[in-house]
Each structure stands twice: as structure tokens, then as C-alpha cells.
Design a protein. Structure first.
Length: 83
């Protein structure tokens, strides 16, 4: 009565679910992966890089003030007077 031709019917429903669920799950995981990378990494601004170089001693005070004035758009003499 129930031969081997009826054995696969139970797996057919599961197969159809997998056909829809796996691609959707894959898309969701890819979107989360790429958006997480953007949120976690923030590029440093030029001023932050300059301050870090000065703090590490890579540049001296005069070089720091000159470059800070270039970044802020002020002349070097104004920058020296204010600090």
C-alpha cells in the first residue's frame, strides 16, 4: 500500500521552507555583517591625528602649532598668541 514513492512527501515541506528561509537568512546576515563594520570603525579626523602625533612626541610644539593653524585656517601668529 505505502510504497517508497510516498517516503519523500514529508521532506518536501521542509525542503520548501529551506528554499525560502536559507536565502533570506543569508541576506540578513550579510546586511548585518556589512553594517556592523561601518559602525565599529570611525576614521580619525586630521586634528585628532595631529594631536596624537604631538602627544607621542613625533613633532615638536612649533610644528604642531603650524599644522594646527593650517587645519583651522588661522595664521600661525594667532595660534601662538592664544595658547
Amino acid at each position: 500500500m505505502l510504497g517508497s514513492e510516498h517516503f519523500g512527501m514529508g521532506w518536501g515541506g521542509l525542503g520548501m521552507v529551506l528554499v525560502w528561509v536559507l536565502p533570506i537568512l543569508l541576506i540578513v546576515l550579510l546586511v548585518r555583517y556589512f553594517t556592523r563594520d561601518r559602525e565599529g570603525k570611525r576614521e580619525s579626523s586630521a586634528m585628532e591625528i595631529l594631536e596624537a602625533r604631538y602627544a607621542r612626541g613625533e613633532i615638536d610644539r612649533d610644528e604642531y602649532l603650524k599644522r594646527r593653524a593650517d587645519l583651522t585656517g588661522r595664521s600661525g601668529d594667532e595660534a601662538r598668541c592664544k595658547t
